[in-house]
Write a protein that binds this ligand. Sequence first.
Ligand code: MN
Length: 133
Amino acid sequence: MTGASDADKLILIVEDNEKNLKLVRDILQYRGYRTIEATTAEDGIALARSDLPDLVLMDIRLPGMDGMAALQVLRADPHTAAIPVVAVTASVMPEERDRFTAAGFDGFIEKPIDVKSFPARVQAFIDAAKPRQ
Ligand code: MN
């Protein structure tokens, strides 16, 4: 499935900043995606396990466990290991990008969120994901 038919995909947003969370939620819902939300890594992991989203947008700087550690937990669990996880971060230095890739993120999206390009980038990550069994 491609294009508009994918717009009912379920996306988990893990973000502790209320404004960023609202912005991402509003953009995605406007495009027809279904969203679920967590403001901590721990809650995000629990939601990923229970709802098995099609994509996780993971803030890196979170209270308590950070996004990097949360990714490792998701990857270590067979139920969530295959879910694509994208880092959402203000860190766009080349060495930081390499660090996210090395950690196992499927990609990253820069903050502040670019409203125009964001939906297409999200869809590209969904399209790139292998179908799960
Ligand atoms: Mn944050």
